[in-house]
Design a binder for this molecule. Sequence first.
Ligand code: MEV
Length: 285
Amino acid sequence: MIASAPGKIILFGEHAVVYGKRALVAAVNLRCRVEVKKSQNYLISSPLGKTGLDFKVHPYISFAIRRFHEVKKIEGVEVKVDSDIPIASGLGSSAAVAVATIKALDAEFETSLSDRDIFEMAKQVEIDVQGTSSGIDPFVATYGGAWIFPERKKVDIKQKFFLINLGQKSTAKMVSAVCQLRSKYPEIIDKIFDAIDFLVCEAARCNDLEKLEELISINQSLLRAIGVSTPEIDEKIAKLEREGFKAKITGAGGGGCIYGIVKDRIPEGSLVVEVSYDGAKIEDS
Ligand code: MEV
């Protein structure tokens, strides 16, 4: 059985969403496909290597299988991953692989999980691996589309976005760094999260691209204030601004992707994506 799930971009609100604030998120047209086959053993093949159940090399898939055991005991399974989503770049590759694995296991072993069950299990997998998760990535990988999260309010987004990948990062490390900064300066950091929450509301009802770009710059400055930008990201964004673009981090920061709105032209070396309304689904084999 083959299942797939989309990657995502967080347009506004990453990190603040971990503390219950709102974020605007969209699934994009980059997908992760996972094939599973009943077997006597465990074998996982992906661009990261070939292993058995391996919580270091393939943590999201291995924990997804472990969590699936709570629904149905299985003897073994072969898992093959093929993904368009760059790994550890803020585009939700981990959540997409967890969601697609659970969706494929559900179909292969006929466990009739609902989308809600799949989302909840994938969120649990993120917590198993990262220690914490707002659930935003598994939510959008399960349902597709564009949303205000955690309210689960659908948003209609027509514009395309450009992405520039500035290398891999660790979500767990960035979330933990923000947590430490917040323990040191709770009033300051919570006020920044409140500002991000207002910004998300403003962005969700805004159709004016110039204004959206202004909000992108404000959100980027606030992300910089909570310590998740890097000199490389700051320099790249400053260069893009000199060329007439606006951009911000999408996802955990500390590296990964920056995004901006596609208007009449795109920056050199960028990748263009659009919102995908296809959530997790079974593919024809
Ligand atoms: C990661 O894509 C988004 C974060 O806000 C973490 C989370 O919400 O779980 C950084």
